[in-house]
Ligand binder design. Structure first.
Ligand SMILES: Nc1nc2c(ncn2[C@@H]2O[C@H](COP(=O)(O)OP(=O)(O)OP(=O)(O)O)[C@@H](O)[C@H]2O)c(=O)[nH]1
Ligand SMILES: [Mg+2]
Length: 459
């Protein structure tokens, strides 16, 4: 009986009976129903069902074909946009996203326009998206706008030189530590040297360093018969420059694929932000970048990295909060190997109050990287917060115990009155400073250049 009824419906369906076809589908006879729907796609109701079926099964090419053939009354604009995007028809996808008009869809339209090289339109659409952007997404959109403007050559002239940015960054140090007081229109005498020493201490170069530096300056000034404070400034720059010799270095150039860069540092030092900025830089150089969320301690840490992946247009590998960091890193690096990524940036947690576990964890992370890529990580970068000045040296020593550090990143130079701490960091740790952070924006990361630093600090 049951068999009879079923084939009865089937028979009707095969004859093109709409309700029978739909009933087949409802009964779970997907394959048969789909075939019949395809045969009767001329029927507006049936092709709507067919379209929904394609989308559900992610047959985007077929869905797009239906759209091409029958115009745009199928699905919602949002679904049509998705179908066009997935099937690679970006022009049409943009049309539909614009029709939707929400923040997310405008943003998506901007990204697609940018991808197909229609930068002018992308700019216009991103600007519309910015007007609708929720506060948490504004920076991201603004960064997109900046990127497109740069691609269009619209802001070449406004772009600040590295030096200008660093100068702005070190303004706090310069303002609270007025080297101008000793270096401008003064006679070179004992009082002046005392004041200079005091200012150097205030800029957090460290008492020992300040004392020996000024002692050295006294002698050299005498020898060279230096009379004016302007000459003394040049001499100071020269001598501090010598102290910093060997402290400036570029990131090791990537030679293998993937290059793995491991980031360490205490909470809040700026690891995740630095990773985001660096990801952006590599991306602009045309590299494929994977961010790995090895900080699984807090869900927010993973989310933050995700935001930076989105901002920089790079990919993220992450697992759930509380996952074992070393296995996340292992799987992440493995994925990079399988999928031919150029660069892997690994975020880690930095809870200092659990020193022993931290050290063990970092060692383990390094070991799993080397299991997959014996010569990596090419860099192990320690991120230090300039606003805590010399206190960071203590932290650094703990991290040095765990793994060999190849370079230091000094962040927040823009907000610090302790810009002189770099001098102490270089001298005490004997590790080169490779990058400096001068703001929260995606562009606010620079290579460390001693010459620029001296110019920015002493004017
Ligand atoms: N002004 C300024 N702020 C910065 C800079 N780098 C990072 N920050 C800010 O410092 C705060 C902490 O940065 P994160 O990147 O989250 O630090 P983290 O080391 O990843 O911290 P945890 O994930 O908590 O371990 C954020 O509010 C950043 O925006 C910088 O160069 N300048
Ligand atoms: Mg972080």
């Amino acid at each position: 009986m049951l068999f009879f009824r079923k084939s009865e419906v089937e028979k009707r369906a095969e004859k093109g009976d709409k309700s029978a076809i739909l009933e087949l589908l409802r009964k779970g006879e997907r394959k048969k129903a789909k075939k019949l729907l395809e045969e009767h796609r001329e029927d507006p109701d049936l092709r709507k069902v067919l379209f929904a079926l394609y989308v559900e099964e992610e047959y985007y090419m077929q869905a797009a074909e239906l759209l091409e053939q029958f115009g745009s009354d199928l699905g919602t604009a949002e679904t049509r946009a998705l179908v066009y995007e997935k099937s690679g028809n970006y022009e049409k996808a943009v049309e539909e996203y614009l029709r939707v008009g929400s923040f997310e869809s405008l943003y998506r339209a901007g990204e697609l326009l940018s991808r197909i090289g229609r930068k002018e339109s992308a700019l216009e659409v991103f600007e519309r998206a910015l007007r609708l952007a929720p506060p948490a997404r504004r920076t991201e959109v603004e960064n997109r706008i900046l990127e497109v403007k740069r691609d269009l050559g619209l802001i070449e002239e406004e772009r600040e030189s590295f030096l200008e940015k660093l100068k702005k960054g070190l303004r706090k140090t310069r303002e609270s530590v007025e080297f101008g007081l000793v270096f401008k229109g003064r006679k070179v005498d004992e009082e002046l040297f005392d004041e200079l020493e005091e200012l150097l201490v205030k800029a957090d170069v460290g008492v020992k360093t300040a004392v020996s530096l000024v002692e050295d300056l006294r002698k050299a000034a005498l020898r060279r018969k230096i009379k004016t404070s302007e000459e003394l400034r040049e001499l100071t720059k020269e001598r501090v420059g010598e102290l910093l010799k060997g402290c400036e270095a570029e990131l090791n150039p990537p030679v293998r694929k993937p290059t793995v860069i491991l980031f360490l540092g205490v909470n809040g030092s700026g690891k995740t932000t630095t990773i985001g900025k660096l990801a952006h830089r590599f991306k602009r150089e045309g590299k494929r970048v994977l961010l790995v969320a090895g900080d699984t301690f807090r869900a927010a840490a993973i989310e933050q990295l995700e935001v930076w992946a989105r901002r920089s247009g790079t990919d993220l590998f992450s697992k759930h909060e509380g996952a074992d960091p070393a296995s996340v890193v292992y799987e992440g690096v493995n994925r990079a190997l399988q999928e031919n990524y150029d660069v892997v940036l690994v975020d880690t947690a930095g809870r200092l109050h659990t020193k022993e576990p931290l050290i063990n964890e970092l060692r383990k992370i390094k070991k799993v990287i080397q299991k997959l890529c014996p010569e990596e990580p090419s860099e192990t970068l320690l991120v230090l917060d300039a606003t805590i000045g010399q206190n960071s040296i203590q932290q650094a020593k703990i991290f040095k115990e765990a793994v060999a550090i190849t370079g230091v990143v000094v962040t927040k130079l823009d907000g610090s009155a302790k810009g002189g701490a770099i001098i102490a960091i270089c001298r005490e740790l004997k590790i080169p400073v490779k990058l400096v952070g001068v703001g929260e924006g995606i562009e606010d990361l620079q290579p460390f250049r001693v010459e620029d630093y001296l110019e920015a600090l002493f004017g």
